[in-house]
Design a protein around this ligand. Structure first.
Ligand SMILES: *[C@@H]1O[C@H](CO)[C@@H](O)[C@H](O)[C@H]1NC(C)=O
Ligand SMILES: *[C@@H]1O[C@H](CO)[C@@H](O)[C@H](O)[C@H]1NC(C)=O
Ligand SMILES: *[C@@H]1O[C@H](CO)[C@@H](O)[C@H](O)[C@H]1NC(C)=O
Ligand SMILES: *[C@@H]1O[C@H](CO)[C@@H](O)[C@H](O)[C@H]1NC(C)=O
Ligand SMILES: *[C@@H]1O[C@H](CO)[C@@H](O)[C@H](O)[C@H]1NC(C)=O
Ligand SMILES: *[C@@H]1O[C@H](CO)[C@@H](O)[C@H](O)[C@H]1NC(C)=O
Ligand SMILES: *[C@@H]1O[C@H](CO)[C@@H](O)[C@H](O)[C@H]1NC(C)=O
Length: 486
């Protein structure tokens, strides 16, 4: 048996210790449910898992004066060994002229005098605390997907002369303004924001020009239908091309409140011939989720999900409540396996205690410099640590009393995510077909008492990986296959 160096490195990265591979002896024959992973049956490619720190939540990390705790927070979010290992960060592009309340300030606070006047960009080097966290994510943790998403254009570019309360970008169909056509100015402004980030060492990879365009909020918000979005893409895309940005980033659209509006908007964008200019299709599910996968060739992200209503909980499982860890392990499962999601993002990574809801994954109190981690973080860890960007989902079959999803990572490792569906533990055997025979396996469990803790996995002489999936747990088997036998 020979371990390829790269695989050993991958395993060591995960355990945080030198991997001590080897064949463990298989115990006496036990009842087990067999899960077959078929590497030849392939589905969507994964982009990964993430969260946002928009509306100055990033400041809770960036301003944290206790540097040990600051590092702990970054590790909890981005570290693949000790935290969730998130791989997508969604930042808000500010549209407000000031930073009052939790507003995100814009780089173009003043109307230069019209859409053709020379814009007056102002870069504060903070971007509501998001720049520093982005720099840490990229430089320290190797995060490669930085998503910049505007909730609105600056107010003077809109029909209602306000970045809040809806309104529409001046110049798109049905939105004419006495101030003129601001479409090109808005595209130029988005490019200017990307260039400020590039100067600071952060390459933005995804750009969104709308957020919840099907909803009018009392904070930054801008309405758009699919036809209007398509019209703006016809200006934005060539502007990105002219700025030589299309190899670095792509357009994400449309961050709708619900899946139904996403379907309608993407259909309009397609009928306008603009779907091919998108990199990613994004939707929230606050006003309704999917009943079938999105009809799009683009990767689909569930780009903002959370439990907005429940009281803050750190529970893994108590009664199946909307904020519990196991609920989120299953929510991700459903999006990925049933609805073809390539990306899955929670709403806020961190937030202060008020409101004391599950909008955030970690609750940070900046008055006391303390924080509390919800089990949702560990539900995401079970996915994000092992299902890496570029992983391809592959077929699974069998397995009673469990839900399964399997992925082949770009480095050849295989992640098999198993969630128990009953209140009992299940012994499982995982067989991999269509590729090499497993030569090294590890398993990790999250449940009421454990957070992505190592749990025994045995490797049989025939390459079958066996282990136990605890009651109401998510257990991930991480497998290194040997050379392909052909
Ligand atoms: C599962 O395996 C454990 C040992 O790994 C054994 O003690 C237990 O009896 C098995 N359970 C079933 C249902 O076979
Ligand atoms: C972070 O610091 C800025 C000043 O740089 C301040 O305006 C903001 O309120 C602070 N936010 C938090 C959450 O500490
Ligand atoms: C992630 O955590 C491990 C284990 O504590 C540590 O060795 C490593 O330096 C951390 N990574 C970063 C980028 O801080
Ligand atoms: C365009 O961008 C690519 C990749 O970011 C870079 O390699 C190339 O040098 C750029 N070309 C120009 C003309 O700036
Ligand atoms: C799943 O998404 C991929 C893009 O990530 C797309 O090519 C494929 O057609 C989608 N499959 C279904 C069933 O929608
Ligand atoms: C805590 O955060 C809030 C919200 O950003 C801010 O108003 C306040 O000044 C911060 N307090 C401290 C002590 O940093
Ligand atoms: C999954 O989440 C559980 C529950 O908190 C945790 O004990 C376990 O270690 C996690 N597993 C992985 C692979 O991250």
């Amino acid at each position: 048996m020979r371990l390829a160096g790269t695989f050993l490195t991958a395993a060591a990265a995960i355990t945080g210790a030198a991997a001590a591979p080897g064949t463990t002896t298989l115990g006496p024959r036990q009842q087990s449910s067999t899960i077959t992973v078929d590497l030849t049956r392939t589905f969507q490619k994964m982009d990964g898992f993430g969260f946002s720190l928009a509306f100055q939540r990033a400041n809770l990390i960036t301003n944290m004066s206790d540097k040990t705790k600051q590092k702990e927070l970054l590790d909890l979010l981005f570290n693949r060994t000790t935290g969730a290992g998130f791989t997508i960060l969604r930042n808000g592009i500010g549209s407000t002229p000031n930073s009052n309340s939790d507003f995100m300030n814009t780089i173009a606070p003043r109307n230069p005098g019209g859409p053709r006047a020379t814009p007056q960009y102002v870069w504060d080097g903070k971007d509501s605390g998001q720049l520093w966290v982005s720099q840490q994510a990229v430089q320290q943790y190797g995060v490669k997907q930085i998503y910049a998403n505007a909730w609105s254009a600056p107010g003077y570019m809109k029909t209602n002369n306000n970045d809040a309360n809806g309104g529409t970008l001046c110049g798109v169909p049905g939105a004419s303004c006495s101030s003129g056509d601001w479409r090109q100015a808005y595209a130029d402004y988005l490019v200017a924001y990307i260039k400020f980030y590039a100067q600071e060492g952060v390459p933005i990879t995804h750009l969104g020009f709308l957020n919840e365009p099907d909803y009018t909020a009392s904070y930054a918000s801008m309405r758009s239908d699919g036809n209007q979005a398509a019209d703006f893409i016809k200006i934005l895309y060539p502007t990105l091309e002219a700025a030589n940005l299309t190899s670095q980033l792509g357009i994400a659209c449309c961050e709708t409140m619900g899946w139904g509006s996403a379907v309608n908007m993407i259909n309009s964008i397609r009928s306008q011939g603009q779907e091919g200019r998108l990199k990613t299709v994004t939707s929230h599910t606050y006003t309704g989720g999917p009943s079938s996968p999105m009809n799009s060739r683009n990767p689909v992200w569930f780009s903002e999900q959370c439990d907005l209503n429940g009281q803050w909980t750190t529970s893994w499982y108590s009664n199946g409540g909307a904020g519990e860890g196991l609920t989120w392990a299953n929510n991700v499962y459903s999006a990925v396996v049933n609805y073809n999601a390539s990306g899955y993002l929670y709403w806020e990574g961190v937030q202060w205690p008020n409101p004391n809801t599950n909008e955030k994954i970690i609750r940070v109190d900046n008055r006391t410099n303390t924080y509390e981690v919800s089990k949702r973080l560990w539900a995401f860890a079970n996915w994000s640590r092992y299902v890496r960007p570029g992983a391809v989902r592959v077929g699974t079959s069998g397995g009673s009393g469990v839900r399964t999803a399997a992925f082949k990572n770009e480095d050849g490792t295989i992640a098999v995510v198993v969630i128990s569906t009953t209140g009992s533990a299940v012994n499982v055997s995982v067989r991999v077909s269509g590729g090499g025979t497993p030569i090294y396996a590890q398993a990790f469990v999250s449940d009421n008492t454990r957070n992505a803790a190592s749990t025994p996995a045995t490797l049989g002489p025939d390459g079958t990986v066996s282990g136990q999936v605890a009651a109401r747990s998510i257990t991930t088997f991480f497998i290194l296959p040997g050379a392909r036998k052909s």
